[in-house]
Design a protein around this ligand. Structure first.
Ligand SMILES: [Mg+2]
Length: 175
């Protein structure tokens, strides 16, 4: 289990720090984004104003946004309907099921998409497996009902391993 399989290509504080300009510079046509603690949080179920503004901006510019979540269809649908974005539920991250489905569904090539998520063990690992680039963000809130203690522990342990070898993750202001 090489830790490189859990290394994000980029790291920013929030999903909306992945700016339209930087996506265009990287020739990215689609953004796959994790739901819980990346796009919304229990205390921000409708997203923050910055997050909603970012989604509008991307969609307006013709960048396809697809929420790729491990959660159930019902929950993901309810959570993202208001944003008017596409979604994949039961994505099976750290496996590539949801990512593969979304790429096929919208005819997106690997080099045209980026996966944004708050978890190394699921979001970033799945992106590596699928052969697409990834962006790590900080979890919107530290205690999330959807996350188990065990997952948090595994996540922290991996972060420590990466930082021991490569130094602290440097969260940029822009991708
Ligand atoms: Mg998450």
């Amino acid at each position: 289990m090489a830790i490189e399989q859990y290394m994000p290509d980029f790291a920013v504080e929030r999903a909306y720090d992945v700016t339209l300009a930087s996506l265009q510079k990287e020739k990215i046509k689609a953004v796959f984004v994790d739901l819980d603690n990346t796009l919304i949080a229990w205390n921000h179920p409708d997203g923050t104003p910055e997050m909603r503004q970012w989604l509008h901006e991307l969609q307006y510019a013709g960048i396809r946004v697809v929420v790729v979540s491990n959660n159930s269809h019902e929950r993901v649908k309810r959570a993202v309907e208001k944003f008017g974005v596409d979604y994949e539920s039961r994505s099976m991250k750290p496996f590539t099921l949801g990512i593969d489905r979304a790429m096929k569904r919208f005819g997106i090539n690997k080099n045209e998409v980026i996966m944004i998520g708050d978890q190394l063990m699921t979001d970033i690992r799945a992106a590596h497996r699928a052969g697409i680039r990834s962006v790590l963000v900080k979890p919107m809130v530290q205690s999330d009902a959807w996350e188990t203690q065990f997952n948090r522990w595994r996540e922290r342990r991996m972060l420590k391993k990466i930082e021991a070898k490569y130094g602290p993750i440097n969260y940029q202001k822009e991708m």
